[in-house]
Design a protein around this ligand. Structure first.
Ligand SMILES: Cc1cc2nc3c(=O)[nH]c(=O)nc-3n(C[C@H](O)[C@H](O)[C@H](O)COP(=O)(O)O)c2cc1C
Length: 344
């Protein structure tokens, strides 16, 4: 196993450990990656003002997620097609998040079935994510699947109704579906996603007692509607810039959504997190939890579940160090008063 001690090093090592097309597919964003890059650029543009002499020896980074303590606010984003990156794909990734003790989201676009992921990871804190790629009977079967496999919540992916154009894939004619095994059947009818509106959320809410987490919210009006239709948590995300090359970063969206909804609903945010300070910045902007996508897959490529765990350990450690060195006693000290935010 090749070593890595930072996320940027993991990215380099992973890129050399796997077929070029597969790595490009992981890194790709919609069209020419403009929005993917903006997620990172926005985080870099936010400044954090440190304080000194804060008597913060007892700083804890544990956090509660739906009633359960997890190791930190850092959680695993849902990502499809993971057996391209390692033979067991999602099963290994889940092993990593089980061992670090955080929440992992897995989706109907994944290659391993939820029951297979659960069988090998009995104690994992799992959330099942449904793409609306089937009729109501199929959606209901997925809700039952989540309940049967002891998931903490249900997530709905709302920002990916159609495959987007990604120049990094198109220019080399790479098709992710050709690589890696699957134990989970493909969703029955991708085109169904275009038939649904907000009423489907009301319908899903009626079919389960599990908390619902709507993912892919960027527009503040959608955030308002998501809450109105019963989302228990909001996931502010532009899918790592993979779907719409819109030019609005997750961080900018988070600022607007927080202004609109204040503290009325817990918020997850993702996009561009590559360092502990990035997590601290998102938390300071008002997020309750922060997701990582691609970095977890770098770990998976390099060393399976151990690699995934290591990615989380590095970031958790960096978060804690950042908080201590910048004079935070607890998460309350991560707030907008400590930030200089560029005008949006
Ligand atoms: C390979 C890959 C597959 C993804 N599959 C899904 C998915 O199945 N469902 C979903 O909601 N988001 C999916 N996403 C988006 C991630 O959940 C997340 O929003 C994004 O990766 C965060 O940005 P980051 O990669 O910069 O951390 C995927 C992202 C990647 C890189």
């Amino acid at each position: 196993m090749k070593k890595f001690e930072s996320i940027r090093q993991a990215q380099k090592v992973a890129s050399k450990s796997i077929r070029n097309g597969t790595f490009r597919w992981l890194e790709a964003g919609a069209e020419d990656n403009f929005t993917t890059e903006l997620n990172i650029e926005f985080l870099n543009s936010v400044k954090f003002i440190p304080k000194i002499l804060s008597k913060n020896k007892d700083l804890q980074i544990k956090k509660k997620f739906l009633g359960n303590f997890i190791s930190s606010p850092l959680i695993l984003c849902p990502m499809g097609h993971q057996t391209q990156f390692s033979k067991l794909g999602e099963i290994e990734t889940c092993g990593g998040i089980q061992n670090i003790d955080t929440v992992g989201f897995f989706s109907t676009q994944g290659r391993q079935s939820l029951s297979n992921i659960r069988k090998k990871n009995k104690n994992a804190k799992l959330v099942w994510q449904i793409f609306l790629f089937g009729d109501k009977n199929w959606i209901l079967s997925q809700i039952k699947n989540a309940q049967k496999n002891n998931c903490m919540a249900l997530s709905i992916c709302l920002d990916a109704p159609l495959r987007s154009h990604r120049y990094m894939d198109r220019e080399i004619d790479y098709d992710a579906r050709k690589f890696g095994k699957r134990t989970q059947p493909e969703p029955p009818d991708v085109s169904k996603a275009l038939d649904y509106d907000w009423e489907i959320i009301r319908w899903i809410k009626k079919k389960t007692n599990l908390p619902i987490i709507l993912k892919g919210i960027i527009n503040e009006d959608d955030a308002f509607l998501a809450k109105k239709y019963g989302s228990d948590m909001l996931w502010v995300s532009n899918h790592g810039g993979r779907m719409v090359n819109s030019g609005i970063s997750s961080g900018e969206a988070l600022i607007k959504i927080k202004k609109k909804l204040k503290n009325s609903i817990p918020i997850i945010v993702d996009g561009g997190v590559r360092r502990g300070s990035d997590i601290a910045k998102y938390l300071s902007l008002g997020a309750d939890y922060v997701g990582i996508g691609r970095p977890a897959i770098y770990g998976l490529i390099i060393d399976g579940k151990k690699g995934v765990k290591k990615i989380f350990s590095i970031l958790n450690n960096e978060l804690k160090t950042f908080m201590i060195n910048s004079g935070c006693k607890n998460y309350k000290d991560l707030n907008t008063k400590r930030l200089i935010i560029p005008k949006i």
